[in-house]
Design a protein around this ligand. Structure first.
Ligand code: CA
Length: 410
């Protein structure tokens, strides 16, 4: 899923972005960037697949008659202009309807979740939370044929190596007899089934938990939830640990410390004045745990001290908005209540064009933003912090319209 996030737009959370019609680009060309026709590409790819252990019969069964999908190319090339603010994304991710449905799923699958917790040591609430976010409990798995999507990306996508690697993995799954090619549905980028695993993730982490001899993340709830648990366990999940806490900071706090690249123990953060927002003490077992401070909407918004299990969720999907949604949704399933901090909903997040302008202005003033690609990544945040410090603003690294206006005026 990390790869999937990268494949999409590189935005904080690809699922929070909207498409605009004018961003749609010319579709599937008869030849790709190397001047190959699809049939020639397929012939060459067939040799690589054979070397990787794919049998001719498997290859034919999956790829006979397959043509490139213009919608996949369009989705791959789309760079959305508008991004949803994190509070809007969380609002829909944590809807009342979803919380109720998740609670019902916890009751309905109580015995199964107990067996999965015992086998993998991953908390049932987070498993149901990830299930809800990935496919709305299996409702939305994507309806595109994964073999066709990946063949298209391998042939003429922006990252042909991704398409080829994932297509070979998909063929291995078909060859193993887990699923028929025509039933292998998913997103345009190849995220499959109720867990939205890309094929390499499936090969590494999908498990048969209902014991029918097949790993089936499309139809089997047991396989879906156990595969999710296996992946989180492999990603460093600590049994019995929390994802983190909502926190408050003291007056005069140095916001430059709110950076996922900075980790301190919970007791070190306490010495800097951080407190739990609900007024309780941090767990005694958390004192020596490594934690980072996350301000998803800058210093005006809520703050979270995130622990190792939050990072395990980031391996599943490398977006802090996603990991926060999964964490908070799990807390809602436990009736732990809503967060106390207020989102700065009066702020408008920058469009892609404005983000590019911000990066250009920062560069013109001598700040290093890395590649000026319209994505507010680590380097751009660092440059924003330096600029904020130079003009006496809290260095939270959060890009706002006010910040853009400030740098335009300087
Ligand atoms: Ca199974």
């Amino acid at each position: 899923m990390t790869l999937l996030g990268l494949l999409l737009s590189g935005c904080a959370d690809a699922r929070t972005t909207l498409r605009t019609p004018e961003n749609r680009v010319p579709l599937s060309a008869p030849v790709n960037a190397n001047g190959e026709r699809f049939a020639d590409w397929l012939t060459a790819f067939r040799l690589d697949a054979m070397k990787a252990g794919i049998k001719g019969g498997t290859f034919n069964r999956a790829l006979d008659g397959v043509t490139p999908d213009a919608d996949v190319v369009a989705a791959d090339q789309n760079q959305p202009e508008f991004t949803r603010p994190v509070w809007d994304y969380l609002n829909s991710a944590l809807s009342d309807k979803r919380i109720q449905r998740g609670k019902a799923a916890l009751i309905e699958n109580k015995a199964l979740l107990g067996r999965i917790e015992k086998a993998y040591g991953v908390d049932r609430h987070i498993l149901v939370s990830v299930w809800a976010l990935e496919s709305n409990f299996g409702d939305f798995m994507g309806s595109q044929n994964v073999v066709r999507s990946l063949a298209t990306l391998g042939f003429e996508g922006r990252r042909p190596d991704y398409g080829r690697t994932q297509l070979i993995a998909a063929l291995k799954i078909i060859q193993a007899g887990d699923i028929q090619p025509e039933e292998m549905t998913g997103s345009w980028a190849g995220a499959m089934g109720q867990t939205q695993f890309i094929p390499t993730t499936y090969l590494a982490h999908a498990v048969d938990f209902d014991g029918d001899g097949k790993r089936d993340i499309w139809h089997s709830t047991a396989d879906t939830l156990a595969s999710t648990a296996q992946y989180l366990q492999s990603s460093g999940w600590e049994t019995g640990g929390r994802w983190g806490y909502e926190v408050t900071m003291p007056v005069g706090f140095d916001y430059a410390l709110a950076d996922m690249a900075i980790t301190k123990t919970v007791s070190e953060w306490e010495k800097l004045g951080l407190k739990r927002a609900d007024g309780r003490r941090f767990g005694a077992t958390d004192e020596e745990a490594k934690a980072s401070l996350l301000l998803p909407a800058g210093y005006k918004g809520p703050a979270f001290l995130v622990l190792k299990n939050f990072r395990a969720i980031l391996v599943y999907n490398n977006s802090t908005s996603y990991a926060l949604a999964a964490s908070l949704l799990a807390d809602r399933f436990r009736d732990m209540g809503e967060i106390r901090g207020r989102w700065p909903t009066e702020e408008r997040v920058l469009t892609r064009t404005e983000r590019e302008e911000l990066q250009a202005l920062l560069m013109s003033k001598g700040y290093d933003v890395g590649k000026p690609d319209g994505v507010i990544g680590y380097n751009t945040r660092k440059a924003i912090r330096s600029f904020q410090t130079s003009v006496g603003l809290p260095p939270d690294g959060f890009a706002t319209v006010a910040l853009l206006e400030k740098i335009r005026g300087k």
